[in-house]
Design a protein around this ligand. Structure first.
Ligand SMILES: N[C@@H](CCC(=O)N[C@@H](CS)C(=O)NCC(=O)O)C(=O)O
Length: 232
């Protein structure tokens, strides 16, 4: 059986990492059996220093995109067979926008802002023994802030980051409209990505202004609730 190396449940969702949740959701939607191996210590074993990665027998695959491609081929998943080539192209590019842009807005909302930081600290590091429990969160936060600055999003003001986040939610809401899934009545690979990111703002037990912003889009909230009810 496929083993999914993850962080483990947090903030009321199956994983606080959108990349782990993307693979988790994809396997649920595609009906692929898997076993989650939750442990923040998985990071030390991760081939690319990041989660998720999967192990399937003697094959290891790291990175959510490559994992999904591997699973798609191995299990001949037909989840995208109702999409035109144009829709597949659009889906790929929107998913990269979530991976590479909305992700950093999420990092900002969780790691930089003092409103959410205590909850993050407790959820991710609360079970560590002393003195690690005090030391590691400080280092991890420093590293997240440094990564945000190097990536560039961290250079913006809070108002600008909120605007970028809001434009992404607005665009997703406009594209989804009143459909059940982004490309019609049945889920495609893109829905695993969309759910993985949207639920990190909407379905979590966090209440910062970024969560409130996401929850102000009724169709995005209904979308997350529907997928959660069906697959979790
Ligand atoms: N491109 C990777 C990104 C994975 C990623 O950034 N994972 C984060 C968690 S959301 C991580 O493991 N961060 C730990 C670190 O950078 O030390 C993917 O799609 O899987």
């Amino acid at each position: 059986m496929i083993k999914l190396y993850s962080f483990g449940p947090g903030f009321g969702v199956a994983d606080p990492s959108p990349f782990v949740l993307k693979v988790d959701c994809y396997m649920r939607m595609a009906g692929i059996e898997f076993e989650a191996i939750p442990d923040v210590g998985n990071l030390r074993k991760a081939p690319k220093g990041k989660l998720p990665f999967i192990i399937d027998g003697d094959i290891t695959v790291a990175d959510s995109q490559f994992i999904i491609s591997y699973l798609q081929q191995k299990f001949a998943v037909g989840m995208d067979s109702h999409l035109s080539d144009e829709q597949k192209g659009i889906a790929y590019l929107i998913s990269k926008s979530l991976d590479e842009n909305l992700y950093w807005c999420l990092v900002y909302s969780r790691w930089v802002k003092d409103d959410t930081w205590p909850a993050i600290k407790e959820a991710l590091f609360g079970s560590m023994p002393l003195p690690l429990k005090h030391l590691i969160p400080v280092l991890a936060r420093k590293s997240a802030i440094s990564a945000l600055n190097k990536q560039g999003l961290g250079k913006h003001s809070e108002a600008e980051i909120k605007l970028i986040t809001q434009q992404t939610f607005q665009s997703l809401s406009d594209i989804l409209g009143d459909k059940t899934y982004f490309f019609g009545g049945s889920p495609s690979t893109f829905d695993a990505t969309a759910y993985a990111f949207l639920s990190q703002f909407i379905s979590v037990s966090l209440n910062n202004p970024f969560n409130e912003l996401a929850r102000s889009y009724p169709n995005l909230v209904a979308y997350c609730n529907n997928i959660r009810a069906l697959y979790y």
